[in-house]
Design a protein around this ligand. Structure first.
Ligand SMILES: Cc1ncc(C[n+]2csc(CCOP(=O)(O)OP(=O)(O)O)c2C)c(N)n1
Length: 663
């Protein structure tokens, strides 16, 4: 068999696994795997550095299937190369409940799936973070331990999505030359030809942002290999436009949108077997072809053996640090440092905005945890995300710890996810809470994947003042709390801010959002407690003097208001307790007994938050009193706004007293 014949048969193995799996599932997307089989075969047999037997090997090349609908391409590759998670039975169970071979690749379902993709463009965004993490770790640990590529397969859809612009501009700016994007340039999307909606000169677009751009015939193995070779030698990130035919090999449907996302049908598959000369039964791979794939994987894994040798002789301390970071374990000493810092806060009682107290906490954390990588979407001075330890990362200079993401919230969030997925770094990045909307698709995916990406969202209410309702979040706390597996922290003072940061860092499988104020807040936790009280999600901050007639629940900046309302109510003879609620999600994790005790049995329950009511009925019941927002904010001073919207201690006390009078 000639090399070309062998290549064709190896690629056809991907094509038939994909066709047959989609047919059996009666759903899925055969077009992309068939069209990209040649590209994938060249990449996985000649270039990619990976080891199916050690899928988490830190210095493996990353392969991101950004066009996640083509999942059968990835599953076929993982099966053919011998990843133990993807057996032939898994391929047969494509898209079935409980199988690893979900409709779109899901991180954590099987080793070899580097990120969850499906929302188009996200993988591209992730890959920028992976490539950046690789450079950051390379700067720290050297070529011997960290020196790999990040390859991406992206479709027309990925490139049409807005996030692609943010991602590629960031990668181009940072000169991430080990990022190689292969564009499945097939001119077809769901509605028909791409020209129905787009005529962008993609090569020019990427080139304009500083990319190296190449083109090749995506069905010619030598051309593909040549392009990859040149891409690897580039001093800039590379886009390879690989011209392909969607559904290559399907005699009547190839090149049309009919192969994009539906089974081909028995007749078309039978005809494809004729056309491509494939007589093996569904889910059977001729042994010589399976062997060829396994040998290719074995060859690809040889680089791991030499890497292991380099690791073995590396400086012991460096090696231990590298391994700790890649395990995602925090360094020792953090808890003690936070405890010392909390003791100091109890003495100093600083009156600062929580964005500032977040920075103060970070100053402690960043001094101890060298893997944190800060950043902001052009709001560094407002988000307070930069500390003395975090100097800026610049193009070609990755030895520092701060990323100026530019005004690219979505790109930032997706890149942070990529950094987290890569491992070895813990990214946090900031913008205004209102603009979490721009980052939300990636925040949701962080939750779905169960990864520790930390979102710093400042200017968390009307308390930001004069910038007005375009910048004042109202529904955002509720909207973020609605995402499963996402902890939304809203600390009330500097001590809570430190505790929330500690919790965010110590939760490796849940992303966090820290909602922080622009305005100054007094110290409320004035006595040192060794225990992290925010861990409970809600805790009693002030007891009632006597049997509670009123309980006031509040978060963040409104806890101060709750305490003032309590003072008034108690002065009027109504024992009142205040519960600080820094994190709904953590409260839900507590025991039934704890929750019942915190909710309490005071006849009147009040909640105060400068956002919408949604979610607070959990604490106050449907008949509870809510002091907050019912519509958009307004432009004005903070003092005017809180009074204007009735979010005051007087309003809260008055409403509670009126309710008590009716009891
Ligand atoms: C954000 C997002 N919007 C819409 C979709 C639905 N969708 C899945 S594939 C696709 C078309 C993609 O076209 P292309 O990238 O050219 O893929 P191909 O047709 O070549 O397989 C669309 C609109 C999605 N997955 N993600």
């Amino acid at each position: 068999m000639s090399n070309r014949e062998k290549h064709d048969r190896m690629a056809n193995a991907i094509r038939f696994l994909s066709m047959d799996a989609v047919e059996k599932a009666n759903s899925g997307h055969p077009g992309l795997p068939m069209g990209c089989a040649d590209i994938a075969t060249v990449l996985f047999t000649r270039f990619l550095k990976y080891d199916p037997k050690n899928p988490h090997w830190p210095d493996r090349d990353r392969f991101v299937l950004s066009a996640g609908h083509g999942s059968m391409l990835l599953y076929s590759l993982l099966y053919l190369t011998g990843y133990e998670d993807i057996t032939i039975d898994q391929i047969k169970n494509f898209r079935q409940l409980g199988s690893r071979t979900a409709g779109h690749p899901e991180y954590g379902h099987a080793a070899g799936i580097e990120t969850t993709t499906g929302p188009l463009g996200q993988g591209l965004g992730n890959s920028v973070g992976m490539a950046l993490a690789e450079r950051i770790l390379n700067a720290k640990f050297g070529d011997d331990l960290v020196d790999h590529y990040t390859y991406v397969l992206a479709g027309d859809g990925c490139l049409m999505e807005g996030i692609s612009q943010e991602a590629l501009a960031l990668a181009g700016h940072l000169q991430l030359n080990k990022l190689i994007v292969i564009w499945d340039h097939n001119n077809i999307s769901i509605d028909g030809p791409v020209s129905l909606a787009d005529n962008t000169d993609q090569l020019a677009r990427f080139a304009a942002s500083g990319w190296n751009t190449l083109a090749c015939d995506g069905h010619d193995p030598d051309q593909i290999a040549d392009a990859l070779e040149r891409a690897r030698g580039s001093n800039r990130p590379t886009l390879i436009a690989a011209k392909t035919t969607i559904g290559f090999g399907a005699p009547t449907k190839a090149g049309t949108n009919k192969v994009h996302g539906s089974p081909l049908g028995a007749a078309e598959i039978a005809a494809a077997r004729q056309t491509l000369g494939w007589d093996a039964a569904p889910f059977e791979i001729p042994s010589d072809i399976l062997d060829a794939w396994r040998v290719a994987a074995l060859n690809a894994s040889k680089k791991r053996a030499s890497w292991e040798k380099r690791l073995a002789v590396a400086d012991a301390e460096l090696r231990a640090e590298f391994e700790r970071r890649m395990r995602g374990e925090l360094p020792g000493g953090l808890d003690a440092a936070i405890a010392d810092y909390k003791k100091k806060l109890a003495v100093d009682k600083p009156k600062v905005a929580t964005r500032k107290s977040s920075e103060m906490a970070l100053e402690v954390i960043n001094g101890i945890v060298p893997e944190t990588i800060g950043g902001s979407a052009d709001l560094t001075g407002s988000n307070n995300t930069k500390t003395s330890q975090t100097k800026e990362i610049a193009p070609g200079d990755y030895g520092n710890r701060y990323v100026h993401y530019g005004i690219r919230e979505h790109g930032m969030a997706a890149a942070m996810n990529g950094m987290t997925l890569h491992g070895g770094v813990i990214p946090y990045g900031g913008t205004f809470l209102c603009f979490s909307d721009y980052a939300r698709p990636a925040m949701r995916l962080a939750s779905l994947m169960g990864i520790r990406t930390i979102f710093v969202m400042t200017h968390d209410s009307i308390g930001l003042g004069e910038d007005g309702p375009t910048h004042q979040p109202v529904e955002h706390l509720a909207a973020l709390r609605a995402i499963p597996n996402h902890t939304v922290f809203r600390p009330a003072d500097a001590t809570e801010a430190a505790e929330c940061w500690q919790l965010a860092l110590e939760t490796p499988k849940t992303p966090s959002t820290l909602a922080l104020t622009r305005q100054n807040l007094p110290a409320l936790r004035t006595e040192y407690t060794e225990e992290n009280l925010c861990r409970y999600g809600a805790y009693e901050l002030a007891k009632a003097d006597g049997k509670a007639a009123v309980t006031i629940f509040a978060s963040g900046s409104e806890v101060e208001i709750a305490l003032a309302a309590r003072a008034t109510l108690q002065a009027h003879g109504h024992p009142t307790r205040v519960v600080s609620v820094p994190a709904f999600e953590l409260f839900e994790q507590q025991s039934a007994g704890y929750k019942a005790a915190i909710l309490g049995d005071a006849p009147v329950k009040v909640a105060i938050e400068a956002g919408i009511r949604l979610g607070w009925d959990r604490f106050i019941g449907t008949d509870g009193i809510f002091i907050g927002m019912t519509g958009f904010g307004a432009s004005g001073t903070i003092e005017q706004l809180y009074a204007h919207f009735g979010i005051t201690a007087e309003a809260a006390a008055k409403a509670a007293e009126a309710r008590l009078a009716k009891q």
